[in-house]
Write a protein that binds this ligand. Structure first.
Ligand SMILES: Nc1ncnc2c1ncn2[C@@H]1O[C@H](COP(=O)(O)OP(=O)(O)OP(=O)(O)O)[C@@H](O)[C@H]1O
Ligand SMILES: [Mg+2]
Length: 426
């Protein structure tokens, strides 16, 4: 572009700040969760009250059977014999009668019996209190009126055991309702979680698109600026270098010219970084020796002696865009050297991924800044552009990989930072 050319940069509209959420966002999730919780609470309370009622229902059943049995016994002529009890048991089995016995004496010794009693010790004695008792899901009770029926001059009593069938049915129904309620609540919860996930993903996507829109406009502007600055800057630097060469050593003007050269170099780096940052699109992958690449970067950095390379377990070839991964390594090593030497670069493999660790002995990166430093223009350096790590992340992500920063293995004042790049197979 010529010097007189006007540059028109079309700025996309600013990202809208008002978020329109199709599902009304978190309120829907809250409604689902509340519904699930309410349903569960209702079913649970119902079951608890039914469980309380079943005891009363069971006793009612037992009393009804006791009355029927009592009437049957009263209609017998004379004291019952074993077959009478068996007949009684058969007659009332459907209603839940499971055992009937004639007992005598203070220890309730069984004289006659039909059916089997539960949870009792010696067969010839059966303990029975004044009131109905629950034993192993059955209700055991004495028959009231025939209690003192005289059989052969001895005082005898009758004892029955009843299985409360209706109460059991009731309890079963309540448990079934509870199970259905739990399943329904769980389903509501699952739907809630699903909606949360969906919502989260949607918001991430929106944030990413916002960011991209912002970066796109920024990138467009930067690219134009960088491109426009590049040529005049090159001539500025060249002329300043010439001037420097012409001026005698140790003179003030020469120092000033040197300063111009330095600043031009810095601006040149800025334009390069900007162009690298806005460069998007596809990457050209080819089989590359990642260790050789790391060695090359180390040998060309500001302090080669301070950088060590560990290639244990490193793959000999990996499909990478060599030029762009080089940018990644240059940025990471430069940052590491600026933070604190020595710098260790480890090239290796983690499962099916190429792993490159760059670790220093600097102050490290505080946990709450570990995400932020990868954003463009975030820098703590007076002469930094804050584009280095943004380029790193972009290039690594173009390779389908990840880059994270964690605490290094140092201690005390110099814990160090460890930047970990992982790139999957192509
Ligand atoms: N190894 C490290 N140890 C501690 N802090 C780091 C390290 N690497 C990066 N940082 C922090 O992250 C910030 C951003 O780094 P980034 O490389 O993106 O930009 P920069 O180094 O400041 O500038 P430049 O664009 O020149 O690279 C740095 O300013 C620094 O505060
Ligand atoms: Mg940097």
């Amino acid at each position: 572009m010529g010097p007189g050319l006007r540059i028109d940069v079309a700025m996309p509209p600013p990202p809208s700040t008002r978020r329109v959420t199709p599902l009304a966002g978190w309120s829907v999730v809250a409604v689902f969760l509340l519904l699930g919780a309410a349903l569960f609470a209702t079913v649970w309370t119902t079951r608890s009250s039914v469980a309380g009622a079943t005891t009363a229902v069971g006793r009612g059943e037992a009393i009804a059977i006791e009355q029927a049995v009592r009437a049957d016994l009263a209609s017998l002529e004379g004291p019952p014999i074993e077959t009478d009890l068996a007949d009684l048991l058969k007659e009332h089995a459907d209603e839940g009668l499971r055992y009937i016995a004639m007992v005598e004496g203070r220890r309730d010794v069984v004289v006659l019996a039909a059916g089997t009693a539960v949870g009792e010790g010696p067969a010839e004695a059966i303990g029975v209190g004044r009131h109905p008792q629950e034993i192993d899901g059955r209700i055991r009770m004495q028959l009231r009126a025939v209690r003192r029926m005289k059989t052969g001059g001895r005082a005898t009593r009758f004892v029955i055991e009843v299985e409360p069938i209706q109460a059991a049915d009731l309890r079963e129904a309540a448990t079934r309702t509870l199970a259905i309620g739990v399943i329904a609540a769980a389903m509501l919860l699952a739907v809630g979680i699903f909606v949360i996930r969906l919502e989260g993903r949607r918001q991430d996507e929106e944030r990413r698109r916002d960011q991209e829109r912002r970066l796109a406009s920024l990138g467009e502007m930067s690219a134009v600026l960088a491109h426009e600055i590049k040529n005049p800057l090159a001539s500025l630097k060249g002329n300043a270098q010439l001037l420097m060469a012409m001026l005698p050593d140790g003179e003030k003007p020469r120092a000033k010219a040197a300063r111009v050269v330095d600043e031009a170099v810095r601006l040149e780096k800025l334009t390069q970084d900007l162009l690298a940052f806005v460069r998007t699109g596809t990457i050209q992958r080819a089989a590359v020796d990642p260790v050789a690449l790391a060695r090359e970067v180390a040998s060309e950095c500001a302090a080669p002696a301070a950088v060590t390379i560990d290639a244990t377990g490193a793959p000999t070839r990996w499909s990478l865009d060599a030029a762009r991964i080089r940018e990644v390594l240059v940025n990471l090593v430069d940052n590491a050297l600026a933070a604190g030497a020595p710098v260790h670069v480890r090239v290796g493999r983690a499962q099916r991924r190429l792993r490159i660790d760059v670790e220093d002995r600097g102050p490290g990166v505080p946990a709450d800044e570990r995400d932020k430093i990868f954003e463009a223009f975030v820098t703590s350096k007076t002469h930094g552009t804050g584009l280095g790590l943004a380029v790193v992340r972009r290039v690594v992500e173009l390779h389908g990989g990840t880059v994270v920063v964690m605490a290094g293995g140092g201690d005390g004042e110099q814990p160090g930072a460890l930047f970990r790049v992982e790139i999957p197979e192509a």
